[in-house]
Write a protein that binds this ligand. Sequence first.
Ligand code: PLP
Length: 315
Amino acid sequence: MRLTPDLTPEYSDPHSYPAGVAWQDGQYIPVSQAKISVLDYGFLHSDATYDTVHVWDGAFFRLDAHIERFLAGVERLRMTLPVSVPEIREILHNCVSLSGYRRAYVEMVCTRGTARDFSRDPRAATNRFLAFAVPYGSVADDAQMKRGLHVTITNTTRIPPSSVDPRVKNYHWLDLIGGLFDAYDRGGETALLLDSDGNIAEGPGFNAFSVRDGALITPEHGVLRGITRRTVMEIGHEQGRTVREGTLTRDALRSSDEVFITSTAGGVMPVTRIDGAPVNDGAVGPVTRAIMSTYWAWHKDKRFVEDVVYPSQET
Ligand code: PLP
């Protein structure tokens, strides 16, 4: 390993960042020092893709699936990564290892970059890669995990897939952020957005599931194919449940037996109130609990995990 960054938070900085380790231009640096140019189209035009994987108790969860989704996004955006896949794996491992975090949120990013003459032709730009590891964070806090989230279905429509392909993980978040403010104004803790037909799409950083008669239903169109969503569908199959991707109306969601949301940032998170009204009896349901329990059990399952080697373990 090339460098041990100083992880002391920079309190003199008016913007306080979480401590962590980033990789940029061949170097490991404190994440607060990782920068992209204001001229990068990733910043100016949101012309970028990324992926987020988590490390839980010292091991990556489904790293291969996250890298695969990232590479598919890079290809769909017609970008060229300046690093190879083995290098990406090494960089992500080193960011976590150098941070020392046993529970981390790890992001890999490819931006369009820019061209020397600031050409507006995206083909002229040199694409950039960076990665970082910061402390693990969740959509739901501890109290919300126990009693379930209170969600508001907003009237904000998710950007339609005909405009921006939601399968390419992207930073086009103004609809999601607008939805969040709408939810806060209406007493909610987070938001679910609708697709252009008025059916449930997804929320800021998560997919949604409805449980009815033991079966799982999740929106099919206009959503990111979440890795947690996929994991939950696999768990559902393993538990012998019917699992369906399809249309989920507002009314169907509200009248579900149980509702939960899924994200790398938090895993499987119960929802017990929608638009101020309880889902069923307002308690976290047995199917949600069973899926949460298997989801975390799979974090010890060799099929899905990959250990990080920390400096103290090196021989
Ligand atoms: N939908 C959106 C818009 C997201 O940004 C995310 C994750 O950040 C998800 C869904 C959940 O995907 P995953 O389970 O892969 O974290």
